[in-house]
Design a protein around this ligand. Structure first.
Ligand SMILES: [Zn+2]
Length: 273
């Protein structure tokens, strides 16, 4: 049984500010270590529950955050960008279940640390088949295309609640309780690592017992609607063939399957400079 741990950084233990997750900032090195610690706790849990193989994908910023020298030596690390499947790179390599570590709630969620959807400066809102969707839903849908369920998430209480609403019986480990976008009551690593370990072990045990959540598979064709922060960003995204522009800041895209929709979405955000 092969498990993919898809890691982001905003939902990592102790993170409450962009300075914590921005390469080059003096506080960033501490949080790289904390991110690696959260990931290691999930790796330990997965192996403890009987996983044969664990791959980790570093999905934050340019994918160069996890400290490989501190990574559990049983795992392998997908690092760097761009990779074909971005934040869930490797999910098409015979993976049985995916664990989200350090994830965050979608843009516009109250009491959610650093809530955003892909780009905090460009994306004001995102809808997948008409439903407001964040990175949890977007990445879970890409996993679903490959028939792989997301079985566990760690992050703040709002990220956990968003995942539980979308993916029903997913295991959750809340590492902090947000009381705003940049304020939270945070649990220390000793406590969060124990919680992440237990949730990962429980999730993999359920997967082995064929009692895991179903893969998240939105109906095809997939429609993606993006509301940009400013209309010139939509001007840029409208360069994409097939893009529809129903109003000033809104661009709509359609694709036959989720991986194509995911790539179109990334291209639209990249063009929206
Ligand atoms: Zn991130």
């Amino acid at each position: 049984m092969k498990i993919l741990i898809a890691a982001d950084m905003e939902g990592v233990t102790g993170v409450v500010h962009w300075d914590h997750v921005t390469p080059g900032h003096e506080e960033y090195p501490r949080f790289r270590r904390l991110m690696t610690g959260d990931v290691n706790a999930a790796i330990r849990g997965a192996f403890e529950a009987g996983a044969d193989e664990v791959i980790v994908t570093d999905g934050h910023d340019a994918g160069r955050n996890i400290l490989i020298e501190e990574l559990d030596p049983r795992a392998r690390l997908n690092a760097g960008t761009p990779a074909p499947l971005a934040m869930v790179q490797g999910v098409d390599s015979g993976v049985s279940g995916v664990i989200f570590v350090g994830y965050h709630a979608r843009i516009g969620t109250p009491d959610a640390i650093l809530d955003h959807t892909w780009s905090s400066t460009r994306v004001a809102n995102l809808w997948l088949n008409g439903q407001p969707t964040g990175e949890i839903g977007l990445n879970a849908a890409v996993c679903g295309h490959f028939d792989v369920p997301v079985i566990m998430i760690s992050g703040d209480q709002s990220a956990c609640a968003e995942a539980a609403e979308l993916l029903s019986s997913i295991e959750t480990a809340a590492v902090k309780h947000a009381v705003g976008r940049m304020a939270a009551e945070c649990l220390p690593p000793e406590v969060t690592h124990a919680a992440i370990y237990s949730a990962a072990a429980q999730a993999v045990s359920c997967l082995r017992a064929e009692d895991a959540p179903s893969p998240f598979r939105p109906q095809t064709p997939i429609s993606i609607a993006i509301e940009f922060t400013h209309s010139e960003m939509a001007d840029g995204a409208t360069v994409l063939p097939g893009a529809h522009r129903p109003e000033g800041k809104r661009v709509e895209l359609t694709a036959d399957d989720m991986p194509t929709a995911y790539r179109l979405f990334q291209a639209a955000v990249a063009l929206a400079e």
